[in-house]
Design a protein around this ligand. Structure first.
Ligand code: NAD
Length: 526
């Protein structure tokens, strides 16, 4: 198997008029949440999916039982022994074909994401575009899995490093980027020769099933075995827990809350497995007195409101110089007043619903804590009602005046709350930027070279991502993505993040006819 990989286009399916992708999947009745290459099945509990847009039922997804999970991992392990021997550029060719299929279905798949997690259409299409970009990146990478050579101290010896596939990789994803984060992992893992076992968020299972149903036929048409890309939907903690304790999975890449990251790190670490952890953020932007305020207002607005404040890279804290604080806040409030909140599938809507009523309650609880701790809401923060809003999932985004030392400001509340905080000196602003447990993304708005370079220096931002004159969210896939401190320390997507998905082998070849030992050691017997 695997010898059948052909350059060229996968067969484009005929358009199926009148039925959207989600209807085609949901139309099958109960949807199986486990699969390894063609059909899906599931013997676990049913998950009733409803849209946060209007609470309309979307489908019933039958989750995987632990027996289903075991079968999937068996398949993934068996497929690994085939896939790892396929030349990397041929693996890249398969990923190229996957990218083509995603291009054809970009709008369709984006609609599933919008309906399931409430993202506005433009952002949902951006998410599929990110998958396509990742596929393109991985295709190039498939010819660039370079090892290095180093000079040997021994005559007639050659030393070099080579990179081998690692094994079946577990990928655990969060609800807010239901597909893109999987593709950051999966497309890199595929060209690296790994098989992938994906446990999506139980709040975003249909998007996962839809993506797999589009992508699996590409593997089939290349005569590849089942088990290369696998899906296991869990209900409750059983599947995720099985995965993190499973010694057959040498690497678990997990995206989600800090609480989840601690559990994953503890369990995988105890069996000396590897993790890539992409956890919560509490991202700040500094607005210096020299900043272009108009640009800063636009960037902070998108950074705080995009995906309804449910991005790991959402701007949660804006640190503004005291002299420009009132003017900055007034401009930001004016831009918030012009927002269209509503059905994310309609044109012109900037912000859709939160994922569920629980998220709305968490936002309200955080705002109550803010007030109890001496903060003040200066815009929004209301739960909307009437018509579509009776779903109970829509809010007005909130701007709150806060102090950097308030406990609530140090937490990530996964909702559109922006804490506006005054500062007097850049030293104070930098200290406050770094004074939270998380270290994912950060930004400075300045036209002052010294301020920008101080922010980027070793003594500046302690985050994995540091931006100048652009917001904290919306990273491109070419860079390595990830954070420090409680944000997990993992790196995914571009740059040399691929190395985490392979095992490094240091090779010494003695092509002399003698046996000189390293460090000049003499070992003579007899
Ligand atoms: P969550 O932690 O509730 O769930 C994330 C995933 O982890 C889900 O698939 C869940 O089923 C799984 N999970 C939970 N406990 C587990 C366990 N013990 N073992 C194995 N798997 C387990 O997060 P969420 O509400 O879906 O997403 C929001 C969070 O994700 C936020 O904190 C956000 O900042 C973070 N996030 C981070 C990044 C990043 O790249 N840094 C990207 C997106 C989201």
């Amino acid at each position: 198997m695997g010898g059948g990989i052909q350059d060229g286009q996968p067969n484009r399916p005929l358009p199926q008029a009148g039925s959207s992708l989600i209807e085609r999947i949901a139309g099958e009745g109960e949807v199986g949440g486990a699969g390894s290459g063609s059909e899906t099945w599931g013997h676990g509990a049913p998950l009733r999916r409803q849209s946060p847009i209007d609470l309309r039922p979307l489908a019933v997804v039958r989750s995987a039982s632990t027996q289903d999970y075991r079968e999937i991992v068996d398949q993934a392990a068996a497929a690994f022994s085939v896939w790892r021997m396929v030349p990397a550029p041929k693996r890249g060719e398969v990923v190229r074909q996957i990218g083509t299929v995603l291009r054809w279905h970009k709008r369709d798949l984006a609609e599933v994401v919008s309906r399931e997690v409430g993202k506005v259409r433009a952002e949902a299409e951006g998410e599929i575009q990110e998958m396509i970009d990742m596929a393109d990146f991985a295709v190039g990478l498939s010819r660039m899995l370079y090892g290095i050579t180093m000079p040997s101290e021994r005559p007639g010896h050659r030393i070099y490093e080579q990179w081998h596939p690692l094994g079946p990789v577990g990928v655990i994803t969060a609800f807010n980027f239901p597909l893109a984060v999987w593709s950051w992992n999966a497309f890199v893992a595929l060209v690296c020769g790994d098989t992938v076992i994906w446990k999506p968020s139980s709040k975003a299972t249909l998007s996962a099933v839809a993506a797999m149903k589009l992508i699996w036929p590409v593997l089939k048409s290349n005569d590849l075995p089942d088990g290369i890309l696998n899906l296991v939907v869990g209900s409750g903690p059983s599947i995720g827990e099985a995965m993190i304790h499973d010694r057959r999975i040498p690497l678990v890449s997990a995206t989600g809350s800090v609480r989840m990251g601690r559990q994953v790190a503890t369990a995988v670490g105890a069996r000396l497995g590897r993790t890539i952890l992409e956890l919560g953020g509490n991202n700040a932007a500094i607005v210096s007195p020299s900043a272009d305020l108009d640009l800063a207002v636009r960037a902070v607005g998108f950074g705080a409101i995009g995906t309804a404040g449910q991005r790991c890279t959402t701007i949660r804290r804006v640190l503004v110089h005291a002299d420009s604080f009132d003017g900055f806040c007034a401009s930001l409030i004016r831009s918030y007043q012009e927002l269209h909140i509503g059905n994310p599938l309609e044109d012109g809507v900037h912000m859709g619903p939160l994922i569920d009523a629980e998220a709305v309650n968490a936002m309200q609880a955080a705002l109550q804590q803010l007030k109890d701790q001496g903060g003040r809401i200066i815009y929004g923060g209301k739960v909307l009602s009437g018509g579509l809003f009776d779903a109970g999932t829509y809010v007005t985004p909130c701007i709150a005046e806060a102090r950097a030392d308030m406990p609530i400001v140090h937490e990530e509340t996964f909702a559109p709350i922006l804490y506006a905080i005054r500062f007097r000196t850049m030293e104070e602003a930098m200290a406050n930027l770094n004074a939270v447990p998380q270290g994912l993304s950060s930004a400075i708005f300045t036209n002052h070279l010294v301020e920008a370079e101080t922010f980027l220096s070793a003594g500046g931002s302690d985050c994995g991502i540091a931006n100048v004159n652009t917001g904290t969210s919306g990273a491109e896939i070419g860079g390595a993505f990830g954070g420090e401190k409680d944000s997990g320390g993992g790196r995914e997507a571009g740059s040399d993040a691929w190395k985490a998905y392979m095992r490094r082998q240091t090779v010494t070849v003695n092509w002399s006819r003698k046996l000189p030992l390293a460090q000049g050691i003499e070992f003579k017997v007899g």
